[in-house]
Design a protein around this ligand. Sequence first.
Ligand code: PFF
Length: 438
Amino acid sequence: MNRDHFGSSFGVLVAMAGSAVGLGNLWRFPYLMGTNGGAAFIILYLVMVFVLCLPLLYCEFVVGRRTQTNLITAFSQYAPGSRWSIVGILGLLGAFFILSFYPVVGGWSIDYIVRAIGFEFRDMAAAPAAEFEQMFQQTMAFSPRSLIFHFVYIALTAFIVLAGIRDGIERYTKWMMPLLFLMVVVIAIRSILLPGAQAGLDFLFKPDFSQITGKTFLDALGQAFFSLSIGCGSILTYASYVKRSENIIKLSSMTALTDTLFAIIAGMAIMPAVFAYGLSPGEGPGLLYAVLPRIFAEMPMGSWIAILFFIILFIAAVTSSISLLEVLVSVVIEKLRWSRKKAVILMTLVCWVIGIFSVWSSEIFDFFNNFSSNVILPLGGLLLVIYVGWVADFRIFEDEITNAGRLHYNRFYLRWVRFVIRYLAPLIILTILLAGVL
Ligand code: PFF
């Protein structure tokens, strides 16, 4: 079968960064940082991303590009004869789980775009916090309105994936990602210029290590996996459409850098405003939807900033959910030999139906949200490093990241990567997972 491919290195980068940058950066990261003490959490998170998770990103990239096939087949091909396609199945489960709550939050972003365009926040200026909380409760409640927005979100995701890699995913992420960056920078500048913003910057950049607990480690690890899109095959699947001449280390590092930069800028857009208006950063998952609109209601030019912000949120979310849907779709296309259209429709329907349960119950929603990032993704990552580092011949990995010896890297860096993949990552992930679960 002739497989679709990305047209350029830039196309690969924006697609991968598009997968990484998402609700994880704008919704999850701020509320986790807010409940875990700010700067100290960020430092822990940075260590998790660059020490631990970047080599894992290489692993997913390598397995995908080497095998040029879907998640399930990739694991049986990369180490022939092993029974490790189970890692792929766990990945599929992870993609299903995330797609069971992610589009719900994506649906809220559409709901809030509609509210912002109708100047609803401006009309609520000076209203007490409880009213904003109530608005968010209303948005989340199981109602025709929330079901419609959930559906619209999933349908838009399906629309892009339907068009394929080059004509769909690459074509849309190419303009969405730069736009996203520009918009979030505008909001960060607006936020930092508010009187009283300094306290928010202190919260972001002055660490207080006494805030770190065992739970902080698990949250930081789970968030690093979630934010970089590793552990459930999104990067692997995109990498399977990447040409052999591309530079894996460069593209992975740029993806991780973009994602982290975006998370920090998102923090700078949100926290200074939260502090400037005397609100609490430790609000939890409602931070973005119950607290920010209150700020938009009072901020000069807030109505416009609100529209911009929720559009950003929506774009960031869509460029991530397409990467999850593509994981499922590519498996169905190649394993069942279905057309792309049929595969997209089937998988979208399945995710839509499971997602309805998350719209219906916040317990189910929380379960999918926390279980996928704090258990399935790290577990997927753990199996991935054992697979690449021990089950398969490690020389394949080395061959692949150097493009069969054509690219040269510092010897010590390559040794370090090998050490992380074979020893450090399995040890740390296992410890944190066990400590978190027990
Ligand atoms: N990285 C995305 C975000 O930060 O919102 C979420 C995500 C996408 C997680 C794809 C996992 C994945 F495979």
